[in-house]
Design a protein around this ligand. Structure first.
Ligand code: GLA
Length: 383
């Protein structure tokens, strides 16, 4: 598919083809930028790239999903307000060059089926995919953590979205039929098998995450403030990762009601992730589902990043047969919910949630029945 699109755009044939998946977070929300724990999975929806080296310093990019194209020189990479989709690639090329990797120009075609602005990390897929493409195209060697770091740098410093490390990490290092358990403080990770007859079902509320970026920054700041306030009590903490709920309770008089709620979410969510990993390894999916439900309540009530549409999707989900757990996933304020559903019930679950959503809110939800899949670097012969 992507090869054909490349041939149509540029003729001849491409030198390199790569694929980078979207992701869904099973549990561990708003913990990554608090040095905490996350448990996402790469999904079987991806962005594909095909490209051919050029002899000069020009990069030409066709975006299949936008029916649009840009070109820029590697010697003058700037943000492009008119083609914002191109900034994810521009940022990656810019920082690869800035960090001393030798690039050449390229003719690139990319596109895929990760829904955009749905909280499934299509942007991380484009960033990680662009690094992987450059590696393949120009024979660069980057350690996996370097790939993740440069992809995230493009998002933080070029696109200017202050995200944590989860999305780029799992997009690069996810593994088929596994979730990825990551400690965001030291980047230690391990793959946890997703056993049993269950599907990861993602329900897209269709609500674009309008508030997501400003509210995200507010949450980031509130977590910093909470840590600063907690330190005034003599607690030697650098992040919310370092304390438990008992410590929080003792120190709580120094926190405002809002900061207390934010901290309580992060601390309890970290505990839930640790338990979730354990029960997943023990094959206790029922308990895993309960932890997902508790995560949603905490995000809704303490962290206050849910919205009516996400809450409706979760409530509908929990009424269906075969559902083990349901929660909002990603930054919040729209986007998707993630549901763990017994395989035999997945199709009827999808139909019932779509019908219910239409009935309650008069809106259409899309539902994707997903499998955990390989990240962009898995098994890739790069270079
Ligand atoms: C977004 C960010 C991630 C993470 C989640 C919330 O997806 O990109 O780094 O913070 O929100 O868990």
């Amino acid at each position: 598919m992507i090869q054909e699109a490349w041939v149509k755009a540029f003729g001849a044939s491409p030198d390199a083809v790569v694929r980078a998946p979207g992701r869904v977070n099973l549990i561990g929300e708003h913990t990554d930028y608090n040095d905490g724990f996350v448990l996402p999975a790469a999904i079987d929806r991806a962005i594909e790239f095909a490209a051919r080296r050029r002899g000069d310093r020009l990069v030409r990019v066709h975006a299949l999903d936008f029916q649009d194209q840009v070109e820029f020189s590697l010697d003058a990479i700037q943000k492009d307000q008119a083609h914002p989709w191109s900034n994810y690639l521009r940022g990656v090329f810019k920082f690869l060059e800035a960090e001393g990797y030798r690039l050449q120009g390229a003719d690139v075609v990319f596109g895929g089926n990760v829904p955009r602005e749905a909280g499934l990390s299509s942007s991380a897929a484009v960033e990680v995919g662009t690094v992987a493409l450059a590696m393949k195209l120009f024979g660069l060697h980057l350690e996996p953590l370097e790939v993740v770091r440069i992809a995230r740098r493009a998002e933080n410093e070029f696109v200017n979205v202050p995200c944590g490390i989860m999305d780029q990490f799992v997009c690069a290092l996810g593994k088929r039929d596994h979730a990825l358990f990551l400690d965001c403080r030291n980047l230690a990770y391990r793959h946890v098998p997703l056993r049993g007859n269950v599907k990861i079902v993602v329900c897209n509320s269709g609500v674009r995450r309008a508030l997501a970026s400003s509210e995200y920054e507010i949450r980031l700041e509130q977590c910093r403030q909470a840590v600063a306030q907690l330190r005034t009590t003599g607690l030697a903490v650098n992040s919310l990762r370092e304390i438990d709920l008992a410590d929080l309770e003792v120190a709580s008089p120094v926190l405002t009601e809002v900061l207390l709620k934010r901290a309580r979410h992060v601390i309890s969510e970290n505990q839930r992730v640790l338990e979730a990993v354990k029960v997943l390894e023990d094959g206790d999916l029922e308990r895993f589902g309960k932890l997902m439900n508790a995560s949603h309540e905490s995000l809704r009530d303490d962290y206050e990043v849910s919205c009516q549409e996400l809450d409706v999707l979760v409530d509908l989900a929990l009424k269906q047969p075969g559902v083990l757990g349901a929660r909002m996933t990603g930054a919040g304020f729209g986007g998707c919910t993630v549901n763990l559903v017994r395989t035999e019930a997945a199709n009827s679950f999808a139909d019932a949630v779509k019908a219910g959503y239409r009935e309650v809110l008069g809106r259409e939800a899309e539902v994707y029945i997903c499998e955990a899949s390989d990240g962009a670097l898995a098994g890739a012969k790069i270079p």
